[in-house]
Design a protein around this ligand. Structure first.
Ligand code: NAD
Length: 278
């Protein structure tokens, strides 16, 4: 038995630091029958990031790990079994192609990917990478997605579905990946195509709401880690299903769980529902 050797992509970012802490915290735990543990093997970010050259442990608020954050991606991936990647769409596409060449586990939390980005990432799964990609890695949100699918299926088109999300003021994409994941769950429950029925923000004289649409509203401010509410509004009643994230630890712990799970799966493209067995 050996450790799963993880390279942390975007190590200088908010989720990068959380992922360093989560992998380190899981290090000694006996989490997987086929593995003795999981270690921070390498940490990297793009050239010019302020964390380059720092010890990954110290950067993440831990004791020194003896792993320096580098901008040399190839050096970081040498000897690695897995990449935990919460970066940016172009970086995740390039890393998926690299993961395919090396048969690596690639856990992708990056949001804001286009349909073309997602197609390229899926192709990497068909070409040898073991990819787990999710708009949200927390157990709670994945459970919420199951509840939303069930509620949308039971209530049908008579209940309007609106999804409201709020995030910190540094977030660059909207709606959030989680909001889209919840919208997808509602669409699957209804048996409709989300891209054809999504209304992503309203402004001006929009006309009356079209029956069956799934609406999104995005709020930005402060340090909010991630709040999501799915509203199912009917004739004289309303159901609201809410998840609030208080810490990035929940995403990082989910990413670690996904990496350990994927280590024993054949090459392919998976999501968090596969990992959790939902
Ligand atoms: P951040 O800006 O703090 O960190 C991103 C890091 O990626 C930065 O350090 C940046 O320099 C680095 N990066 C960008 N391009 C790179 C490249 N080519 N090579 C290496 N590193 C590169 O952002 P964040 O808050 O940590 O979020 C990162 C991503 O994760 C966003 O897309 C966010 O929406 C997503 N996210 C997903 C989940 C989830 O559960 N799926 C949870 C939280 C955040």
């Amino acid at each position: 038995m050996a450790d799963l050797k993880v390279a942390i992509a975007g190590a200088g970012g908010r989720m990068g630091a959380a992922n360093i802490r989560a992998v380190h915290a899981a290090q000694g735990a006996r989490l997987h029958a086929a593995l003795s543990g999981i270690v921070v093997h390498a940490a990297f970010d793009r050239a010019g990031n302020g964390a380059i050259g720092q010890d990954a442990g110290v950067f993440a608020g831990l004791e020194p790990l003896g792993v320096l954050i580098t901008d040399d991606i190839e050096a970081a991936l040498r000897g690695a079994d897995a990449i935990i990647d919460f970066t940016a769409p172009a970086a995740s596409v390039a890393l998926a192609e690299r993961a395919a060449k090396g048969g690596l586990v690639h856990v992708i939390g990056t949001t804001g990917c286009t349909a073309e980005d997602d197609a390229a990432i899926r192709l990497a799964g068909a070409n040898g990478a073991r990819i787990v990609k999710a708009g949200n890695f927390s157990l709670g949100v994945n459970l919420l997605a199951g509840l939303v699918k069930q509620a949308a299926a039971v209530l049908g088109e008579d209940f309007d579905v609106e999804i409201v999300e709020m995030h910190h003021n540094r977030k660059v994409d909207a709606p959030s990946g989680t909001a889209l994941m919840l919208g997808e769950a509602a669409a699957r429950g209804r048996g409709i195509d989300l891209t054809a029925r999504a209304v992503r923000g309203r402004d001006g004289i929009t006309g009356a709401r079209r029956k069956g649409d799934i609406g999104f509203a995005s709020l930005r401010g402060g340090t909010v880690v991630g709040d999501h509410t799915v509203i199912l509004a009917g004739e004289a009643e309303r159901i609201e299903l809410t998840h609030r994230a208080d810490s990035r630890t929940i995403f990082a712990n989910g990413a670690v769980r996904a990496a350990l799970w994927a280590a024993t799966q054949p090459a392919g493209f998976y999501d968090m529902a596969d990992v959790l067995g939902f």
